[in-house]
Design a protein around this ligand. Structure first.
Ligand code: SIN
Ligand code: FE2
Length: 218
C-alpha cells in the first residue's frame, strides 16, 4: 500500500463521515462527484495566478507551491503572513472563486453543521513528494466564526490534527482524493499540518497533491 494510491478510491470508496473533534469532520469522498468540474476550474486559476513557492517571514521558501482565488488570497513574505486582495506576482485581483468551488465548500460545511458558510478565500497548495506543512493554526482571518473547509485532490496525505498547543498530541488522519475536512466552532484554532507526501502517481493528477482551503478571511 505505501507507494500506491488506491486505484479504486475514485469509484468505490463509500461516502461516510468521521468525527475527529467536537466540531470537526472528515467527509470521505465528498467531492468525488464534482471532480470533473473541479479540475478544469483549478487549472484555469493556476494559468491566471501561477503557483509559486512563497517565503516565510523567517526567510525560508515553503515546500508547497501556492496560489489563491476569491476576493482575498493568503500570502507570506519577509514582512509576515496576511491576506491580500491582489496577487503580488501580477498586481491583479486574484481569479474569482468558481461557483463549483464555492458550492462544494458550502455543501461540505453544511454537512458538518455549519450553516451559512460564505468563503471569500480559497488557498491552493500543491504538494509534490517530500513537501509538507508544519503544525500551525489558521489565525490570519479577521474573525474565527466561520469554519475551515479543506479539499484534498491527487496523492494521499497524512493530515495531523492536533490540539490547542503545538505540543499537544496529534491524530493522524489519512486523506485521499476527494476527501474533505471541516473544522470550526470550538475546534477552529486547533493545530494541524501534513506529513511529507510519499512518492506515488495519482491516475488523474500524477505526482502531486492539491489541497484547497476555503475560509472566510475578511
Ligand atoms: C493547510 O493547513 O493549509 C493545509 C492542510 C492540507 O494540506 O491538508
Ligand atoms: Fe492550515
Amino acid at each position: 500500500m505505501q507507494n500506491h494510491p488506491d486505484l479504486f478510491a475514485d469509484t468505490e470508496q463509500p461516502r461516510r463521515s468521521e468525527q475527529i473533534g467536537e466540531q470537526s469532520w472528515v467527509l470521505r469522498g465528498f467531492a468525488l462527484s464534482r471532480v470533473e468540474q473541479l479540475l478544469p476550474a483549478l487549472e484555469s486559476i493556476i494559468e491566471r495566478a501561477p503557483l509559486r513557492h512563497m517565503m516565510t517571514p523567517g526567510g525560508f521558501s515553503m515546500s508547497v507551491a501556492t496560489s489563491s482565488c476569491g476576493a482575498l488570497g493568503w500570502i507570506t513574505d519577509r514582512s509576515g503572513y496576511r491576506y491580500s486582495a491582489e496577487d503580488p506576482l501580477s498586481h491583479l485581483p486574484w481569479p474569482e472563486m468558481p461557483a463549483v468551488f464555492r458550492e462544494l465548500a458550502q455543501a461540505a460545511a453544511l454537512q458538518a453543521g455549519f450553516h451559512d458558510f460564505r468563503p471569500d478565500s480559497c488557498l491552493i497548495n500543491r504538494y509534490v513528494p517530500g513537501a509538507k506543512m508544519s503544525l500551525h493554526q489558521d489565525k490570519d482571518e479577521s474573525t474565527y466564526t466561520a469554519p475551515i473547509v479543506s479539499l484534498s485532490l491527487g496523492l494521499p496525505a497524512i493530515f495531523l490534527f492536533g490540539g490547542f498547543n503545538r505540543s499537544d498530541r496529534s491524530q493522524r488522519v489519512s486523506l485521499l482524493h476527494g476527501d474533505m475536512v471541516i473544522w470550526g466552532g470550538v475546534d477552529r484554532l486547533r493545530y494541524h499540518g501534513v506529513l511529507p507526501i510519499k512518492h506515488g502517481r495519482h491516475p488523474q493528477l500524477g505526482e502531486q497533491r492539491f489541497n484547497l482551503t476555503f475560509r472566510t478571511a475578511g
